[in-house]
Design a protein around this ligand. Structure first.
Ligand SMILES: [Fe+2]
Length: 219
């Protein structure tokens, strides 16, 4: 007789990772962003072309900040890449376990950008391209809470919600909310819809986002 099995297909995983080097790079990152804003005061040209109806009261850079070659930003991208890799290793564990040799992967940062939110600034729900995407909190006050400066994720199913215990984790919960905290990286599969809850703290909420492509190195 065949063995009973439960397949864990299409998992939706959201990872939290904490950067031990955050305090060492924070000020250099903030200076780099200030200089970037002076250099490109208009910010992201795509946003300007579309108007600011969905993202407002904020400054958003272009999506190619990784090409500026700032050393603190490069260090941050290395940490972010490790987070992407950890998510991929977890999601693809079954595939990796079945490989004959220990595989090697290349993590490509396809896009990276930063956002400086003014008080009450908001990004509406949206998703990204890529395999994994992230938000990293460079600066946010200690008063950040679920209803102040958090990042929220929408349930990815279009079906209505059930209220019994059995479907609680995959259906009843309509949103997953991640509180902001300096040095915290949140990583998710890029298709997941997410947005930012307005932040009304004393300091501007400043975040970095990135998209990735993870390839198996075959040689
Ligand atoms: Fe986003």
């Amino acid at each position: 007789m065949s063995e009973n099995k439960i397949h864990n297909m299409w998992p939706v995983q959201i990872g939290e990772f904490y950067n031990p080097e955050h305090d060492a790079i924070k000020n250099e990152l903030l200076n780099f962003f200030k200089e970037y804003e002076n250099k490109y005061p208009e910010g992201n040209p795509h946003r300007k072309a579309k108007g600011e109806y969905e993202n407002y009261n904020l400054y958003e850079s272009s999506y190619s900040v990784h090409q500026e070659k700032n050393s603190a930003f490069n260090k941050l991208l290395k940490f972010i890449s490790q987070g992407f890799m950890a998510m991929s290793n977890n999601s693809n564990k079954k595939l990796i376990d079945n490989m004959e040799q220990k595989p090697k992967f290349n993590v490509e940062i396809t896009e990276s950008w930063f956002i400086r939110y003014n008080k009450g600034g908001v990004v509406f729900p949206h998703n990204h391209g890529g395999s994994y995407s992230c938000v990293y909190y460079v600066q946010i006050g200690k008063d950040s809470k679920k209803i102040n400066g958090s990042t929220y994720f929408l349930k990815p199913y279009t079906a209505g919600s059930n209220i019994d215990f059995g479907s609680q984790t995959y259906s009843t919960d309509l949103t997953a909310i991640m509180e902001g905290q300096e040095g915290k990286l949140v990583v998710w599969p890029s298709y997941l819809y997410h947005g930012s809850h307005p932040y009304s703290g004393e300091e501007n909420r400043i975040i970095v986002s990135a998209n990735s492509k993870i390839d198996l190195i075959t040689n």
